[in-house]
Design a protein around this ligand. Structure first.
Ligand code: NFS
Length: 628
C-alpha cells in the first residue's frame, strides 16, 4: 500500500475538464479566488452591532478595542462561542427532528417507520430510569423524556448521567452541566450580543456548557434514537468513490444529514414497480449513492455506496450521471443548482428548513414519507432519459463501516462476554498505545484528503487505534484504510489485534452526530476499569485536521470540556487574540481536563497526539509501548 498522493480533487479532473470552465467554477476555483480576511479568520472581526463592523488588533494602541470598547479577547471569545452555539444547534435540531419522528413512530403516526432495535430501547429506558415492559409505552416515555431535554430550563440533561461520575462532578464544580439544549444555545446568543458578557473565560464557560449540550445531548439523542428506529449498525463491506455511480442505472444521490427520508428512499429503490419503470426508461436498475453525513448513515446501516464527501458534491454532478440529488440540511453547497444547470441533474430540497434558489422543493413530513420517497425516485427515473454525455471516474474502493459502540463491545469481547476488557487489556499492556478520534470535514484551503490520511497512517503505525466519522472517514476509505488489510501498515501490537479480530486499524463509527459514539466508547473504557476514573485520564485524544464547519468547533469543544486533548489542522478561529488562544490551548485544562491545539502539519499533529497518549499512559503507570 502506498501513501496517498492524490488530493480530493484529483481522480475527477477528467470530469471537471469537460465543461467546468465554460460552465461554472467549483469549490476549488472559488477557494482560490477568495483571500480570507485575517480579522475574520483570527476571530477579531466583530459584527455584533452596526457601529462597526470593528476589526480589532490585540496589543495595537488605537486599534485594540471596538467602538463599544470590546477587546480582541472579548471579540474572539464571542465569535468562538457563537460558532459553538451554531454547531450545537445544527446537531441538536437534527436530534429534535429524530426525537419527534421517534415519538410519532411510537404513537403509530409515522407510516413506514418502526422500532427496529428493541434491545437498545430497553437499554436507554434503563438509563433514563423508565420502567415498564410494553414496547410502545416505553418508546413513548423515552421519546417524551428526551424531547424534554431540548426545552428543559432547570436541572441536567438526561445523558449527562452516562458520563463517568468523576466527570459529572467536575462539570458541576466548573458550572458547565447543561440544563437544556435550547436554553444553552439561547443563553450563548444572549451573552455574545452587544454589551453583555465580556470576560473571555466566562464566555468559554458557557460555550463549554453549550457544546456539552450537543455532545451529551442533541448529538447523542440523534444517534441513539436513529439506532432504535433504523437499526444499530453492524460491520459491513461497501464501496466508495465517484466510480460507484452507474452509467447503466438511474443514479439518485442523497446528500445532507438527516437519515429519516433516505431510509425510505433506500427501501423504495427495491420497489418492483419502480424498478420496472426504470427498465422501461432504458436503465438496468436504480442506484442510490450518498454524499456527506447522509452517506455515512445509509452506509452504516445498509451498505449503500458513498459517492464522496463534502468536497465531491459538485463533482458528482459533473459526471453527468446524477439524475437527481436529494438534499436536506447542512453542508449542502448553495452552488448545486448552478452546477446542475450545466448538466441534466435535478436538485431537490426536502427539508422545510432549507430551500435553495434553483432547486425543486418537495417537503418531507412524517405522514408523507413513504409516498415522497417514491415520488423522488420516480423523478430520478424520468430524468434518466435527459442525460447528456457521461464521464464517471473509474474505480471504486472497498471499505468496512458499521462500528457502533455496541459492535466494538461485541467484537472485542465476544458474543457471550461483550466487554471492553480486551481493549483495556491491550492498552494496559502496550499493544495499543491509545485511541484517537480523527473526525470532521474536508477543506479546500489545504491538500484535502492527504492531511487526513497522512495523520491516520502515522497514528496506526504507532499502535494507535483510530476511530473515525464523517468526511474524515470517507477520506480514510478512499485511501484504502478502512479494510482489514490496512493492518499491514499498523504497528505490530495494533496489527496483531486487528488481525486476530479481523478488523481494520481505523474504525468507521458513522456520521458527525455519531461522534457521541466515541464519547460512549471512551466512557466504557473508564467504566471497564484500569485506565483511570475520568475521561481525562484515559489515553484518548481527538483531531479534526481538515475542519471547516461550525459543527466541528462544537464537537471539539465538547471533547475538550469532557477532558480530551483536541487538535485542529488548517488554522484556529481565535488566533487574532493570544489571550483567548492561550486560554483554550492551556488555561482551560485546569477546569476541563482537556484542551485544544492547532497544527496544520499532519505528521507534527500525530507527534503531539502520540505524546499526549504517552503522557496519559505514564500517569497511569502503564507499560511502555513495546511493539511499534
Ligand atoms: Ni461533519 Fe457532516 Fe462532512 Fe464536515 Fe459536513 S458532512 S456533519 S460538517 S463536511 S464532516
Amino acid at each position: 500500500m502506498t501513501a496517498q498522493s492524490e488530493s480530493d480533487r484529483t481522480g475527477v479532473t477528467e470530469v471537471t475538464s469537460v465543461t467546468q470552465m465554460e460552465c461554472t467554477p467549483t469549490v476549488f476555483e472559488r477557494a482560490q479566488a477568495h483571500k480570507p480576511c485575517p480579522f475574520g479568520s483570527g476571530g477579531t472581526c466583530c459584527r455584533a452591532c452596526f457601529m462597526g463592523p470593528c476589526r480589532v488588533v490585540e496589543g495595537r494602541k488605537g486599534r485594540d478595542v471596538g467602538v463599544c470598547g470590546a477587546s480582541a479577547a472579548s471579540i474572539a471569545a464571542k465569535n468562538f462561542s457563537r460558532m459553538t452555539a451554531a454547531g450545537t444547534s445544527a446537531h441538536s435540531d437534527h436530534g429534535r427532528e429524530v426525537t419527534q419522528l421517534f415519538l410519532a413512530t411510537a404513537r403509530g403516526e409515522a407510516p413506514g417507520y418502526e422500532i427496529r432495535d428493541e434491545r437498545k430501547l430497553r437499554m436507554l429506558a434503563r438509563i433514563l430510569g423508565i420502567e415498564g415492559n410494553d414496547t410502545t409505552d416505553l418508546a413513548i416515555k423515552v421519546g417524551e423524556q428526551l424531547l424534554a431535554d431540548f426545552g428543559r430550563q432547570e436541572g441536567e440533561i438526561s445523558f449527562i448521567r452516562r458520563a463517568p461520575v468523576k466527570r459529572q462532578e467536575k462539570w458541576r464544580q466548573w458550572g458547565v452541566t447543561p440544563r437544556g439544549v435550547d436554553r444553552e444555545v439561547v443563553e450563548m446568543m444572549h451573552r455574545t450580543s452587544v454589551g453583555v458578557d465580556q470576560d473571555h473565560k466566562n464566555l468559554i464557560l458557557q460555550a463549554s456548557r453549550t457544546a456539552l449540550a450537543d455532545g451529551w445531548g442533541g448529538s447523542m439523542i440523534a444517534t441513539e434514537l436513529q439506532d432504535i428506529l433504523f437499526g444499530t449498525p453492524i460491520p459491513l463491506r461497501a464501496k466508495v468513490n465517484l466510480g460507484v455511480l452507474r452509467e447503466d442505472q438511474v443514479n439518485l444521490v442523497i446528500h445532507g444529514h438527516e437519515p429519516a427520508l433516505p431510509e425510505l428512499i433506500v427501501q423504495a429503490a427495491r420497489d418492483e414497480e419502480l424498478l420496472a419503470l426504470a427498465r422501461a426508461n432504458g436503465a438496468t436498475g436504480i442506484n442510490i449513492a450518498g454524499i456527506c453525513c447522509t452517506a455515512t448513515e445509509i452506509l452504516m446501516r445498509h451498505g449503500i455506496p458513498v459517492a464522496g464527501s463534502f468536497l465531491q458534491q459538485e463533482l458528482a454532478i459533473m459526471t453527468g450521471a446524477v439524475d437527481l440529488m436529494a438534499v436536506d440540511v447542512q453542508c449542502v453547497m448553495p452552488s448545486l443548482p448552478t452546477v446542475a444547470q450545466c448538466f441534466h441533474t435535478e436538485i431537490i430540497t426536502t427539508s422545510e428548513k432549507a430551500k435553495i434558489p434553483g432547486a425543486t422543493h418537495m417537503v418531507f413530513h412524517h405522514e408523507n414519507a413513504p409516498e415522497l420517497a417514491k415520488q423522488v425516485i420516480r423523478r430520478a427515473i424520468e430524468n434518466f432519459t435527459n442525460r447528456g454525455p457521461v464521464d464517471i471516474p473509474k474505480g471504486t474502493i472497498d471499505l468496512i463501516a458499521g462500528f457502533s459502540h455496541e459492535t466494538i463491545n461485541y467484537m472485542l469481547g465476544g458474543q457471550f462476554r461483550s466487554s471492553y476488557r480486551p481493549l483495556n487489556d491491550a492498552v494496559t499492556d502496550g499493544r495499543i498505545r491509545g485511541v484517537v478520534g480523527v473526525v470532521g470535514c474536508n477543506n479546500p484551503k489545504i491538500n484535502s484528503g492527504y492531511v487526513h490520511t497522512t495523520l491516520m497512517r502515522e497514528l496506526i503505525a504507532h499502535d494507535v487505534l483510530v476511530l473515525t466519522t464523517g468526511c474524515a472517514a470517507t477520506a480514510a476509505a478512499k485511501d484504502e484504510l478502512l479494510v482489514p488489510e490496512a493492518a499491514e501498515i499498523a504497528g505490530s501490537g495494533l496489527r496483531e489485534i486487528c488481525q486476530a479480530v479481523g478488523i481494520p486499524p481505523i474504525l468507521h463509527m458513522g456520521s458527525c452526530v455519531d461522534n457521541s459514539r466515541i464519547l460512549i466508547a471512551a466512557t466504557q473504557m473508564v467504566l471497564e476499569g484500569g485506565l483511570g476514573d475520568d475521561l481525562s485520564e484515559v489515553p484518548v485524544a481527538g483531531a479534526a485536521p481538515e475542519w471547516m464547519s461550525e459543527k466541528a468547533v462544537s464537537i471539539g469543544q465538547y471533547f475538550v470540556a469532557s477532558g480530551v486533548l483536541v487538535g485542529f489542522g488548517v488554522g484556529f478561529p481565535t488566533m487574532g487574540s493570544e489571550v483567548v488562544t492561550d486560554y483554550l490551548f492551556e488555561g482551560i485544562e485546569e477546569h476541563a481536563g482537556g484542551k485544544w491545539f492547532c497544527e496544520p502539519d499532519p505528521l507534527e499533529m500525530a507527534r503531539i497526539l502520540i505524546e499526549q497518549l504517552d503522557k496519559k499512559r505514564a500517569a497511569l503507570k502503564l507499560k511502555e509501548v513495546m511493539y511499534a
